[in-house]
Design a protein around this ligand. Structure first.
Ligand SMILES: Nc1nc2c(ncn2[C@@H]2O[C@H](COP(=O)(O)OP(=O)(O)O)[C@@H](O)[C@H]2O)c(=O)[nH]1
Ligand SMILES: [Mg+2]
Length: 355
């Protein structure tokens, strides 16, 4: 009877190589860090199980740190295509999932999405979802997560509904063998991607998995574009704010300069008014002084005039007095002369008067 072949898929670090090594006695490299150790598809040593020979196929996860998803899909697809062409059908697929992961990460989701597209729906009866790393968490936490994984639509429920199984792997040979034993009596399956590539003659890019990758890529591109646009928008916004701030500052500077200029103008106006007032005061004082001087001058002139008038009056009076005295003298002389004449007459009449 022909060898049974079971593919093991899942994200990097989920323990695929460890599982295969344990069950098959192979010696695949096991990863210790984030870097994936499995970059190629590789077959394990054949081992016996349930009276059959079995080979497990190790595959790289779709989160390989050194290769693109498209590259990985091409590798897996090419391998599956070759096995199909060589009439080596798969008996089933194991999908590894760490029960210790608190939630389904983006990477896990992407891997599971790719896994689904590779398998298609009709092969799900030959798919076992294996949860491992139970030793890393408390049993009840694991049980709770297992329930969530099995019952939530965005997790494993859709594939379980279509015939896939979920089994625990306790990292023991016993639990590992119990898992692979499930495939012993399974009919060989053709994965969707094998159908697409070999029977339908599609290129890897044209397959559902390829389209999924493309869609993922577009989504990532759109997201990158959105982020870039967001960044541009943020930068523009920052620029706008900065410009606004500068404009505000500029306006404030202009306003301050205007206020300063106005204050200066007011100060100058005040100084001018003060100067004008000072000059007016000076003029007023000069005018008063001039008037005082004039008044004194006029008073002096008036005094002089009065004095002159008095002198003239005195002179007049003296002259009148002289005239009067002259007249008096003349009158006295007249009287004297008349007396003399009378006396003369008298003497002539009888007496003699000698002068
Ligand atoms: N505790 C625990 N660790 C495991 C188990 N399986 C694998 N590991 C560890 O997980 C890491 C990744 O394992 P590996 O087999 O390289 O994962 P792969 O990338 O899927 O092949 C390694 O450090 C393993 O020792 C498991 O069942 N339990
Ligand atoms: Mg590996």
């Amino acid at each position: 009877m022909a060898e049974l072949t079971v593919a093991v898929m899942g994200a990097t670090g989920t323990g695929k190589s460890t599982f295969i090594n344990l069950v098959s006695g192979s010696n695949f490299q096991v990863g210790s860090g984030l870097l994936s150790s499995t970059t190629q598809v590789q077959s394990s040593q054949p081992f016996d199980i349930g009276g059959r020979r079995m080979v497990l196929i190790d595959t790289p996860g779709f989160d390989d740190s050194t290769r693109t998803d498209t590259d990985i899909l091409r590798t897996i697809s090419t391998y599956l295509e070759n096995t199909y062409r060589n009439n080596k059908k798969l008996s089933g697929v194991i999908y590894m999932h760490r029960i210790s992961d608190p939630r389904m990460s983006g990477i896990s989701r992407r891997n599971f999405g790719m896994f689904r597209k590779l398998c298609g729906d009709s092969t799900l009866g030959s798919v076992i979802i294996v949860t491992n790393m139970w030793g890393e968490i408390r049993e009840e936490v694991g049980v709770q997560r297992e329930r969530e994984l099995a019952t939530e639509d965005i997790l494993f429920k859709p594939v379980l509904d279509k015939g896939a199984k979920m089994m625990r792997h306790y990292n023991t040979l016993e639990s590992g063998r119990a898992i692979v034993e499930q495939f012993v009596n399974k009919e060989a399956v053709t994965l969707k991607i094998q159908d697409e590539v070999v029977r339908e003659g599609k290129s890897v890019e044209q397959t559902a998995a390829g389209a999924e990758l493309e869609a993922e890529k577009q989504k990532e591109l759109a997201e990158a574009r959105r982020k870039q646009e967001e960044e541009i928008r943020r930068a523009q916004e920052a620029m706008r704010l900065k410009m606004e701030e500068e404009e505000r500052r500029h306006k404030a500077e202009i306003e301050a300069a205007r206020v300063r200029a106005e204050a200066e103008a007011a100060r100058q106006r005040e100084a001018y008014a003060r100067e004008m007032a000072r000059q007016a005061e000076e003029r007023r004082r000069e005018e008063a002084h001039r008037r005082e001087v004039q008044r004194q001058l006029e008073a002096q002139l008036a005094a002089q005039a009065a004095k002159r008038r008095r002198q003239e009056e005195e002179a007049q009076r003296v002259q009148q007095e002289m005239v009067r005295q002259q007249q008096e003298a003349a009158a006295a002389q007249q009287r004297l002369r008349e007396e003399v004449e009378r006396l003369h007459h008298e003497s002539n009449d009888g007496g003699c008067v000698i002068f």
